[in-house]
Design a protein around this ligand. Structure first.
Ligand code: 13P
Length: 250
């Protein structure tokens, strides 16, 4: 089963407008063909309009890093998925461990956000991943499986086949301590097995599963060689143009 690789940079709350524009100017004409890989940048909502305009007519796809699950209303400070769609966003990252941990997002919120993103014709990148404590207790598969199942609840088979799941063990995020490619493969396979159980083999063969956590240009090839790893979600190493381009050319 061949799935198109998807390499996404998650800038988190980094870069100002000028820095974001300079990055896009530098990479936009050097991106690999969209037949080969989906190249995505996930930027803060303050930068999305600029990134989208600056990358128009290039192979760069743009992701928001979060959204709310309602389209509009009295929700001060929230980001509307409807407006993100209006702005031409392709993807929305949801359920990042930083959002779960610091902003108390629950599995139920993340499921509602997934529905809202599809309702607005964008594609969710749904993050999952266990803490060091859960990993060391040997409960990662069970924990991540429950996160994935909850996030996908009541989505259609067609929706699930089109979305992206990012497995990001919390202990590997920003620590320089990446998972072994064997661990990454086993966990991405476990994520796919949950999709098999909930939606069937045909859907699971199509869904793309990324590994994230201290991925960089020197280790990405190892992950991309794993049969169940279809891409990477990259924080720190996506911030510099040369590094982002090197990741795309794994
Ligand atoms: P790092 O690549 O900086 O470890 O971050 C991973 C991550 O959280 C991407 O969403």
């Amino acid at each position: 089963m061949s799935r198109k690789p998807i390499i996404a940079g998650n800038w988190k709350m980094n870069k100002n407008v000028q820095e974001a524009m300079a990055f896009v100017e530098e990479v936009k004409d050097q991106l690999p063909s969209t037949d080969k890989v989906d190249a995505v940048i996930g930027a803060s909502p303050l930068l999305l309009n600029g990134v989208k305009f600056a990358s128009a007519d290039s192979n760069l796809k743009v992701a928001a890093q979060n959204c709310y699950f309602e389209d509009a209303g009295a929700f001060t400070g929230e980001t509307s998925p409807k407006v993100l769609a209006d702005m031409g966003m392709d993807y929305v990252i949801i359920g990042h461990s930083e959002r779960r941990e610091y902003f108390h997002e629950t599995d139920e919120d993340i499921n509602k956000k997934a529905h809202a993103i599809f309702r607005n014709n964008m594609t969710p990148i749904i993050c999952c991943g266990e803490s060091l404590e859960t990993y060391e207790a040997g409960k990662a598969v069970e924990f991540v499986g429950a996160q994935v199942s909850a996030a996908l609840k009541d989505l259609s088979a067609e929706q699930v086949a089109s979305l992206v799941i990012a497995y990001e063990p919390i202990w590997a995020i920003g620590t320089g301590k990446s998972a072994t490619s064997e661990d990454a493969e086993n966990m991405c396979k476990a994520v796919r097995d949950v999709v098999v159980a909930d939606f069937g083999q045909e859907v699971a063969d199509k869904v793309r599963v990324q590994y994230g956590g201290s991925v960089n240009p020197s280790n990405i090839a190892e992950y991309m060689a794993c049969p169940d790893v279809d891409g990477a979600l990259v924080g720190g190493a996506s911030l510099e143009p040369a590094s982002f381009l090197a990741l795309l050319n794994f």
